[in-house]
Write a new protein. Structure first.
Length: 240
């Protein structure tokens, strides 16, 4: 059963239709990816899934229509979005950024401490830099912190917007290995990404989005060998 189903969703900015009749699903414990060029509508799709921008169509969570719920209610249900710009608190320490990730669990002091230990176990580099301000971290470290902060909320559905943005190829590979490792936590993941090869090598199922529409979809291992996608998206991509 799909933990998230986006059903015939459209998003408009004024008279501009950024997303047009899009349907997709994220299976429980699975990783789905939406690939496509910049401006295809991928970020708008994530923003409407978490309730930050209005849309038509339906958003289903565990089969329940949550289209009328606001963002805070969706977060309380287990949604978590790691935005493209990561939106860390640059003047705060790594440790304090992680604490803020657990704001929805306030009052669970012992459990939050255990969660921080788990994040530090998964991201040893963050433990080494726990007292550093987030603004002093490298690009890869900032992405690790953004992922770690998201995990502090104990999400059931993790949505990632361009996790490889601005990262060197080797760091991109590390980040996607980390994303793949999150399967063991039982977290369902939706990744929006321009780096098609890295995304498809990590995901179970992929969707190709162009000019606001899903133009192709299928199992990720089939898409990555599809001659049309190799020509359009995978040719010369060395990042993964």
């Amino acid at each position: 059963m799909a933990v998230l189903a986006i059903d015939n969703v459209s998003v408009c900015y004024g008279k501009v239709e950024a997303v047009r009749n899009v349907s997709l699903a994220v299976e429980k414990g699975g990783i789905a990816t939406v690939i496509g060029p910049n401006g295809a509508g991928k970020t708008s799709l994530l923003m409407t899934a978490i309730g930050l921008i209005p849309s038509t169509g339906r958003i289903l969570y565990d089969g329940e229509d949550i289209s009328r719920l606001d963002t805070e209610e969706r977060v309380e249900m287990g949604f978590c979005l790691v935005p493209e710009k990561r939106e860390l608190f640059a003047e705060m320490s790594v440790y304090d950024n992680l604490l803020l990730g657990a704001y929805s669990r306030r009052g669970q002091t012992a459990a939050i401490r255990r969660s921080i230990d788990e994040v530090f176990h998964r991201f040893p580099r963050l433990k080494e830099r726990r007292a550093q301000n987030a603004g002093t971290l490298s690009g890869g470290e900032r992405q690790m912190l953004a992922l770690g902060r998201a995990l502090m909320a104990k999400p059931r559905l993790l949505m990632l917007d361009e996790p490889s943005l601005g990262l060197a190829p080797l760091i991109t590979r590390d980040i996607f290995h980390i994303i793949a490792s999150l399967r063991e936590l039982g977290v369902s993941i939706l990744v929006v990404e321009q780096n098609a090869r890295a995304a498809l090598e990590t995901a179970d199922f992929g969707y190709v989005m162009e000019t606001g529409e899903i133009v192709h979809s299928g199992p990720a291992d089939a898409l990555i060998t599809d001659p049309r996608l190799i020509t359009t998206y995978l040719g010369g991509n060395e990042a993964a």
